[in-house]
Write a protein that binds this ligand. Structure first.
Ligand code: ZN
Length: 507
């Protein structure tokens, strides 16, 4: 065999192996989707076994020394390929995945999973009984295990770095700390200014809205946005999510609240935004690790772009509000477009992250991010966490939780997984969403006018060509720079918030 044909042969064998790993991940996703939607509760034990088995086979494939050998042989052959070469990206991304998988011993993974399952069950009780003491020893153990996981990747500057890298590859604690503290400095006074103004009335959203009509409206909206029902479907689930089962099957779930219209509507748009990203990845990458969204932060940038920058904008409702009024004449005939627009953009100091408005949301996230770093870096003891949580809420959001259930116990993240890398993606996503959106508007100023006519193809096509199509072949920071011509920065996001809420609240 010549040098080139030996390389081609290796490349083909690599692609076959990676496709099989991808298919196993797809099978896990199918089982997980079914578990979260239609599975009867008596199926839980069997499903747990099935998931564990397929995950184990997937892990064996992903850490197979034969795969490592193939990659080692291929790495030098792609070194001189141009940066935009897909084969180069494939080998490099597959190598990073391989290294990440082999560094962490299987014994540690099962120890972590067992601990996480116990912790999660205890957390449910602790939250219900408002008893932090119950979960405290578990959380202390979680912090230890999180540090232990980080130590499989030595050479970091902050112990949080390897954990952040899992979800947002390429980002570090130092970088994010700086970015988020700039944001907090600007956001706190803006929230203060807004909250000194009279509170907005959102009672029009808090009436009875028939569920089937809410669903009809939500589906019509996401169809217009471009969600392809031929390559996906929408079902109901208690905790909405998007899941990718294969290149032809991106599913979303949603949940409607009969007495609060905003919840289901914006949740539906949010998950559809994640799916639009996945559906826009180049189909030629399907079956390889490149054929999916690049990082959690970029993923959140898309769910949030569609939910907030499109779905909570005035042009969007110029088109959709008359239609919504026709569906709910009793509830909305007497409510003007302007009143409705103000209601969906109401800002208030609140305790619960998942119910927070667009403006205060990031303050909730950055508090968690800062606490994670302090816990991991040993600057904060778990025992002092509830008090520190409450202090930070008071300091930055001007509100203090009266119970730990509404405070440190509210999110499941730390209690079912790790401490570290759990929250930054949400705020990174918000920051990126504005930078991408601004770049789209600069190329196509007609986007705003089109939104007011219920047309989204110019925006979506721009996002597909620039952000979605490359999948994982371009890392997040490089993607931002390539698409927007500038490094990641928080100014476009801050400017957009200042403009929108300045106008809404007459600042
Ligand atoms: Zn999301």
């Amino acid at each position: 065999m010549t040098q080139t044909s030996a390389t081609n042969d290796r490349m083909n064998r690599l692609k076959d192996r990676l496709r099989e790993i991808g298919d196993l991940q797809g099978a896990v996703a199918v089982l997980g989707w079914d578990q979260a939607t239609y599975m009867p509760s008596a199926g839980a034990a069997g499903r747990g076994r099935q998931l564990a088995l397929i995950s184990r086979i997937e892990h064996e494939r992903a850490t197979d020394p034969e795969l490592g050998k193939l990659l080692e042989d291929l790495l030098p052959t792609v070194l001189d390929l141009p940066p935009e070469s897909m084969e180069k990206a494939l080998v490099e991304v597959a190598w990073r995945d391989y290294i990440r998988a082999v560094r962490v011993p299987a014994e540690f993974v099962s120890r972590l999973e067992e601990h996480a399952a116990n912790s999660f069950e205890t957390w449910k009780r602790a939250r219900q009984e408002n008893n932090f003491g119950l979960i405290r020893p578990y959380l202390e153990r979680t912090v230890e295990l999180s540090r232990e996981l980080a130590d499989f990747f030595p050479g970091y500057a902050s112990v949080a770095d390897p954990l952040i890298d899992y979800t947002d590859e390429g980002f570090t604690a130092a970088y994010l700390r700086e970015l988020f503290s700039q944001l907090t400095c600007k956001l706190v006074p803006l929230v203060d200014a807004v909250c000194r103004k009279p509170e907005m009335d959102d009672s029009c959203l808090r009436q009875e809205f028939a569920l089937d009509r809410q669903r009809e409206f939500g589906e019509a909206v996401i169809r217009d946005l471009g969600y392809d029902f031929e390559r996906g479907r929408q079902d109901l689930a208690p905790h909405p999510f998007m899941t990718r089962l294969s290149g032809g099957d991106m599913r979303i779930t949603t949940r409607y609240n009969p007495s609060f219209l905003a919840k289901g509507l914006f949740g539906t748009i949010h998950e559809a935004g994640h799916a639009l990203y996945e559906q826009g990845v180049d189909l030629a990458l399907d079956g390889s690790p490149l054929g999916t969204g690049t990082t959690h932060g970029v993923h959140e940038s898309q769910s949030r772009l569609w939910e907030n920058l499109v779905g909570r904008s005035r042009p969007f409702w110029i088109h959709y509000y008359p239609r919504l009024q026709r569906l709910f004449p009793e509830q909305l005939t007497a409510v003007s477009l302007e009143e409705f627009y103000r209601a969906i953009n109401k800002v208030s100091r609140s305790l619960i992250r998942t119910e927070a408005d667009e403006l205060t949301y990031n303050l909730h996230v950055v508090i968690r991010f800062d606490l994670e770093l302090d816990l991991l870096e040993g600057k904060l003891e778990v025992a002092d966490l509830p008090e520190r949580w409450n202090e930070l809420y008071e300091e930055r959001l001007g509100i203090r939780p009266s119970t730990d259930s509404d405070g440190v116990l509210q999110d499941m993240h730390w209690y079912q997984s790790l401490v570290g890398g759990q929250f930054q993606s949400y705020t990174l996503g918000n920051i990126m969403s504005a930078q991408f959106f601004q770049a789209a508007l600069a190329s196509h100023p007609e986007i705003t006018e089109e939104m007011a006519q219920g047309r989204f193809d110019t925006l979506r096509n721009w996002l597909v060509s620039n952000v979605y199509r490359p999948g994982r072949s371009i890392p997040a920071l490089k993607l931002v720079e390539r698409v927007t011509g500038k490094p990641l920065e928080m100014q476009p996001y801050m400017r957009m918030l200042e403009q929108k809420y300045g106008e809404l609240y007459g600042l």
